[in-house]
Design a binder for this molecule. Structure first.
Ligand code: AHG
Ligand code: MN
Ligand code: MN
Length: 336
C-alpha cells in the first residue's frame, strides 16, 4: 500500500541517529536547532519589502564588506539558536572577526563547533532573488568543559561531521549531509516543517551548465579563460555549447548545478587575487556536499577537503560540481 506519510526533517534526523551512536543525539539536536533558526530567517526573508529588513545596516564586516540588515539578523538568529542548543561551544561566522564562544557550562561542555555563512548572496537580498545559509559542523579538538580555541575551527574539511545549506528560493529547502549521502527537505509553510523531498541526491557526472561571473573575464587565469571558451565551442558529442547560468548566490548556483549537473567557478581575479569565497564557511561545506553527491570540489589544483586552513576568513579559488567538468577545468589550469 502506498504510504502517504511525509518524512519531516526531525523524523529523518532521529531515524539516522543510529548512524551516529557516538553522538548520542547531540548532533541531531544541533541540526534541529539550525532548522528552527532557518525557519525564523525564512519568515523574515518572506516579509522583505513589508518589514524594515532590506538594505544596508551601516556596518562593515572584517572582510571590508558592507553588512546588510538581513546579514546581521541571520547571524544573530543562528548564534542564538546554537547557543540555546547547548551542543555547540562556539562558532566562526562571516559576520564576526573572531570566533564566538559561549560562556554557559552547558555550552562549554558542547562537543561541536560550527562555521557559518548566515546569509549567502547578500547582493540579491534587495531584489527578491534566491539567497541562502551555509553551515559546517566539526567535533572540537580542545577538551570539553573549556572555551573552544581557534585550532578547533582550523581543521581540514575532511573532518567535517555534517554540512549543509538552506536555500530561500521559490520554495525554501534545507540540504545536508552527515557523510552518508545528501538529502534535501522542502519547507511546507502550511505545517511549518521541512519535509523530505529530495532523498539521496546524486549530481550528474556530465553536466552542461557553467556558472561564473564572466564580468571578471579579463582577470581570470589563462586556464579558466580557455575552459570558458571550451564550454562555448560547438561539439554535439559532448553536448556543447554548454549553458551559462549565474545567480550570484553560491547556494543557489550550487543547488541548481547539483540537481541538473554543472560547474560553479570562482577563480582568482584582480580584485580578489586569492579568490573571493571563504574556505571555512563557504567552500568546505559545499565541497563536502558536492563529494557526497558524487561530484568534486577543487581550488583548481588541490582537493578542497584536504586543505589546512590558516585563518578564519581565508579565501581561495573555488571550482565545484560534476566530476567531468571539474576535472576538465583542472586540466586547463595545469596546462596554462
Ligand atoms: P556573501 O553574500 O555571503 O558575502 O557571499 C557572496 C558570494 C557568493 O554567494 C556568490 O557566489 C559570490 O559572492 C558572488 O560574487 P560576485 O558578485 O563577485 O559574482
Ligand atoms: Mn557567502
Ligand atoms: Mn554571507
Amino acid at each position: 500500500m502506498k504510504s502517504y506519510h511525509v518524512t519531516t526533517l526531525n523524523e529523518f534526523i532521529i531515524e539516522r541517529q543510529a548512524d551516529f551512536a557516538y553522538a548520542k543525539g547531540e548532533l541531531s539536536r544541533l541540526l534541529y536547532s539550525i532548522g528552527v533558526a532557518a525557519k525564523i530567517v525564512n519568515k523574515k526573508v518572506n516579509k522583505a519589502g513589508l518589514v524594515d529588513i532590506l538594505g544596508a545596516s551601516g556596518e562593515i564586516n572584517v572582510q571590508g564588506e558592507e553588512q546588510k540588515k538581513l546579514d546581521i539578523f541571520a547571524d544573530k538568529q543562528f548564534i542564538g539558536a546554537l547557543k540555546a542548543s547547548g551542543e555547540c561551544c562556539g562558532l566562526a561566522t562571516e559576520e564576526n572577526d573572531e570566533i564566538v564562544t559561549f560562556d554557559t557550562d552547558m555550552s562549554k561542555d558542547g562537543k561541536y563547533i560550527v562555521c557559518m555563512d548566515p546569509l549567502d548572496g547578500s547582493s540579491n537580498i534587495d531584489v527578491n532573488v534566491s539567497i541562502g545559509t551555509i553551515f559546517s559542523i566539526y567535533r572540537r579538538i580542545t577538551p570539553r568543559g573549556t572555551k573552544p580555541e581557534k585550532e578547533d575551527f582550523l581543521q581540514i574539511g575532511s573532518k567535517q561531521i555534517a554540512a549543509g545549506y538552506v536555500i530561500y528560493g521559490s520554495s525554501t529547502m534545507m540540504v545536508y549531509t552527515t557523510g552518508r549521502g545528501v538529502n534535501g527537505f522542502t519547507l511546507d509553510p502550511s505545517i511549518g516543517e521541512f519535509c523530505l523531498s529530495n532523498p539521496e541526491i546524486k549530481t550528474p557526472k556530465y553536466g552542461t551548465i557553467y556558472s561564473i561571473n564572466e564580468g571578471n573575464y579579463v582577470d581570470f587565469p589563462e586556464g579558466v579563460k580557455k575552459f570558458i571558451k571550451y564550454c562555448q565551442e560547438i561539439e554535439p558529442e559532448t553536448n556543447r555549447p554548454y549553458t551559462s547560468r549565474y545567480i550570484g548566490s553560491l547556494v543557489a548556483d550550487f543547488h541548481r548545478n547539483l540537481l541538473k549537473g554543472g560547474i560553479y567557478l570562482y577563480p582568482s581575479t584582480a580584485k580578489d587575487p586569492i579568490g573571493k569565497l571563504r574556505l571555512l564557511y563557504e567552500c568546505n561545506p559545499i565541497a563536502f556536499l558536492a563529494e557526497q553527491a558524487g561530484g568534486l570540489a577543487s581550488d583548481g589544483v588541490n582537493r578542497i577537503l584536504k586543505m589546512k586552513p590558516e585563518s578564519l576568513h581565508q579565501r581561495i579559488p573555488f571550482y565545484t560540481g560534476s566530476v567531468d567538468l571539474v576535472q576538465k577545468v583542472e586540466e586547463f589550469i595545469a596546462k596554462n
